[in-house]
Design a protein around this ligand. Structure first.
Ligand SMILES: Cc1cc2nc3c(=O)[nH]c(=O)nc-3n(C[C@H](O)[C@H](O)[C@H](O)COP(=O)(O)OP(=O)(O)OC[C@H]3O[C@@H](n4cnc5c(N)ncnc54)[C@H](O)[C@@H]3O)c2cc1C
Length: 435
């Protein structure tokens, strides 16, 4: 049996993740009721919504966040926790598709998301086990060549603190025979994502922002002023920002076909102990490999290996996550072949056809951001700041994204999944054949 989270009924309890189990305590946040007035209303309390709301509150806006379930319930509270700089497509692809000016603008912002996270963790004293260092690991010479190109391209856009690793030095980050080398990004890193989301929620509230949990938005009228409806409340707002990403469903129909939900899974081993953790990943960084269907992993604060991978187009949860991921874990660290798995869970991210985040407006007063295409921990944080800048009167950086052409998925709701599976099969086959 498999379960389709797109048919999820809100509100729902957290996924059975290691993060939900180890979350810091959080207050009850009552559902919205009755008629409410707000300067800005944000839909969704994941990183996109929280980052936007916090950036607006820091600028003095009075903000209300409506969350269908709980803070961090979506991808933000259950992801791999990796602060990956850049976008899901390299900057040379951005340049080929959209031109030099677009590449220059996106390139300048490519490392900002992780800086925003570090700055907020420090400013609001957020307890979320933030660690430095992210590695892209190459499984073959072609992937290594691509990493060299990425390093050159990032450096050309002013981002350094990068180091190429060979088949010996990469073992400081992952003691496995799998890799021919890699690229270390010292400005990348990793974090307990649920605790980051909870810390950002508390930071927002410390500035006067209000979060209503268990408040699924069912309808949006643009106005102006906009009116945001839940079953129990109507929020009248000067500005609305839609941040439901892969879980938005049909609540805002104009956005439905712009992204496709894709499921990916993570599992957490039993605590391995400090000695094993330090032997397998001595530098304490996080790792993602360069495959089209990538593996990503890191050690948690209590020395569990958090190992993620796989993608399911359409957002269906595999029946047996452990059976799916264990062969990948075994291939990476054979000594963990029999390790006990304490938690295994699935979550949905949103894919755009271009693999570039999609920011834009549905009306002068209605904004949205979604579609980080698997690399969203940092880009959601950037997006929130760009949205706040635009709402506050300076749309220049927001427009660098909003001006990029975005296409709906071909095939509509029925065919977009099979067409994407076909596309991914093509890329995986190329990879297997070394093409
Ligand atoms: C398993 C997994 C692993 C991942 N690993 C990484 C990683 O290591 N590094 C990385 O960079 N990225 C990773 N990602 C991607 C990253 O987590 C996402 O891109 C990012 O968290 C998206 O944040 P978001 O706020 O836009 O969406 P979400 O976090 O999904 O938040 C959307 C929120 O909106 C709410 N919502 C939806 N509809 C409504 C409605 N109608 N009314 C009110 N609220 C609504 C939902 O309940 C949800 O809380 C991963 C994703 C998954 C699923």
């Amino acid at each position: 049996m498999s379960r389709n989270p797109n048919k999820q009924r809100f509100p729902a309890p957290h996924a059975p993740s290691y993060y939900a189990q180890s979350a810091n305590t959080a207050p009850e946040r009552p559902a919205a009721r009755g008629e409410i007035r707000a300067q800005a209303c944000v839909i969704g309390a994941g990183f996109s919504g929280l980052s936007t709301a916090l950036a607006l509150a820091e600028r003095g806006y009075q903000v209300i966040v409506l969350e269908a379930s709980h803070v961090g319930w979506g991808a933000s509270g259950r992801n791999g926790g990796q602060l990956v700089n850049g976008y899901s497509r390299d900057l040379d692809v951005v340049e080929q598709r959209y031109g030099t000016e677009a590449a220059r603008a996106l390139g300048a912002m490519a490392f900002e998301g992780a800086d925003i996270i570090r700055e907020r963790v420090a400013r609001y004293d957020i307890d979320c086990h933030l660690r430095a260092g992210g590695v892209f690991a190459a499984l073959n010479a072609r992937q290594m060549a691509d990493l060299k190109t990425r390093k050159t391209s990032w450096e050309a856009h002013g981002h350094d603190d990068l180091e190429l690793l060979d088949d010996t030095t990469i073992r400081e980050h992952a003691a496995t025979d799998l890799y021919v080398g890699g690229l270390l990004d010292r400005r990348g890193g990793h974090v307990h994502p649920m605790n980051l989301a909870l810390g950002e929620a508390a930071a927002l509230e410390s500035l006067g922002g209000v979060i209503h949990e268990q408040s699924p938005v069912v309808r949006l009228e643009h106005g102006p002023p906009a009116r945001v409806h839940t079953d129990a409340a109507t929020i009248t707002a000067d500005t609305v920002v839609v941040c439901g990403n892969a879980y938005l469903g049909n609540a805002v129909p104009d956005l439905r076909d712009r992204v496709m939900p894709v499921a990916t899974q993570v599992m957490a081993t039993e605590p391995l102990g400090a000695d094993v953790a330090n032997r397998l990943m001595p530098a304490g960084s996080c790792v993602e490999d360069c495959n089209y269907m990538l593996d990503y992993y890191r050690m948690s604060g209590d020395h569990r290996l958090l190992f993620g991978g796989g993608t399911v187009y359409g957002g269906t949860t595999p029946a047996d996550i452990e059976a799916k991921l264990r062969p990948h874990l075994k291939r990476t660290f054979p000594e963990l072949a029999e390790a006990r798995i304490d938690y295994a869970w699935s979550g949905n991210f949103a894919l755009t056809l271009t693999r570039i985040p999609h920011l834009g407006q549905l009306a002068d007063n209605v904004y949205f951001s979604h579609g980080y295409s698997g690399h969203g921990v940092t880009t959601t944080h950037l997006a929130g700041v760009l949205l706040a800048e635009a709402i506050d009167g300076d749309a220049s950086r927001f427009n660098a994204f909003a001006g990029l052409k975005n296409h709906a998925f071909p095939g509509g709701r029925l065919l977009r999944v099979p067409l994407s599976v076909l596309g991914s099969w093509y890329y995986q086959t190329k990879e297997k054949l070394g093409m």
